[in-house]
Design a protein around this ligand. Structure first.
Ligand code: MEV
Length: 308
């Protein structure tokens, strides 16, 4: 049993470009790693029997990692450390997070991936890191598809199907995306349950809609390959409508998408679980008017530049 932690570890945030929710039902999804996610640092406490602590000031988080804790982050963190046969006591872990928590940008997956890397080290096999992250993610989200953990561990632009190794999607040219947090927190598990309930009540209506979300992924990848951003924008629009039909959009998210379209976006949709969290905007050639419009409304948009 390895009773030490590596001094530092990192993980990416994520934004789902296409295929959220349908990915839970075995369909593909397309997601991008955010260059900045979380960095954790670990130092040994004087007494190795002392409870470990986890402090992430950006998330107002400062908790002891003790087995009796009912705090989901403490439970998830201990689950990850235990899964990797890491030390359960005797360490102070501190984090700098560039992501808001609970905003649909994969904060919990980034945390659990970085925790796994504190035990397994920077050279660890990605699948071992993802498996450990998922042990923690199940505490937060029930039965996640695994897309958040894969993107948190790997970064880049990935096509993902549940239970399979994701494939990197090569870009034919640079791609700018604007991620705009709504400021409304939500729980992924509740949004997944909302889709599940509609799916179970009206399977003959829900299945074709989920199919549309899944098929949009390969249509979107084809549009990216052809550098046809206008087509990708239209596909994003279509998917926002379908996600809204499942009840996971909200008046705030719909209004934000309208703002984006009014200021030159080629497409805009909710990203991640919905209900709050973020929208994802595909800017036209000049993203600045969009950025300015969201800043004027009190949002803090994040411009993500993906390069081939
Ligand atoms: C959450 O980031 C994405 C969902 O598809 C849930 C999942 O994949 O586990 C809504």
């Amino acid at each position: 049993m390895d009773l030490r932690l590596f001094p530092r570890a990192e993980a990416h945030g994520k934004t789902i470009v296409l295929g959220e929710h349908s990915v839970v039902y075995g369909m593909p999804a397309l997601a991008a790693g955010l260059p900045r996610g979380i960095e954790l640092r670990a130092r040994p406490l004087p007494d190795p029997r002392q409870p470990s602590t986890l402090r992430i000031p950006a998330w107002s988080l400062d908790i002891p990692l003790v087995v009796e804790s009912e705090h989901p982050v403490a439970r998830a963190a201990l689950e990850v450390l235990g899964h990797c046969d890491g030390p359960l006591t005797g360490w102070a872990i501190e984090g700098d997070a560039a992501l808001p928590a609970g905003a649909g940008l994969g904060s919990s997956a980034a945390l659990t991936v970085a925790l796994a890397r504190l035990v397994l080290g920077p050279e660890a096999d990605v699948e071992a890191v993802v498996a450990a992250s998922l042990a923690g993610e199940r505490i937060f989200h029930g039965e996640p598809s695994g897309i958040d953990s894969q993107v948190a561990a790997r970064g880049g632009l990935l096509r993902f199907v549940r239970g399979q190794e994701p494939t990197p999607v090569p870009l034919a040219g640079p791609l700018s995306l604007l991620v705009v947090p709504s400021g409304v927190e939500r729980r992924t598990a509740e949004q997944v349950a909302r889709v599940r309930s509609r799916h179970d009540r009206f399977p003959s209506l829900a299945r074709p809609l989920l199919d549309v979300l899944g098929r949009a992924v390969d249509e979107g990848i084809a549009a990216l390959r052809a550098r046809d951003h206008a087509a990708l924008g239209e596909i994003m629009q279509l998917c926002h409508g379908v996600l809204a039909a499942f009840g996971v959009s909200s008046p705030v998210l719909d209004a934000m998408c309208s703002t984006a379209l009014r200021h030159g976006a080629l497409g805009a949709k909710l990203t991640g679980a919905g209900g709050g969290g973020c929208i994802l905007v595909l800017p036209g050639p000049d993203p600045q008017p969009l950025v300015d419009a969201f800043v004027a409304q009190g949002h803090a948009p994040l411009l993500v530049e993906l390069t081939p």
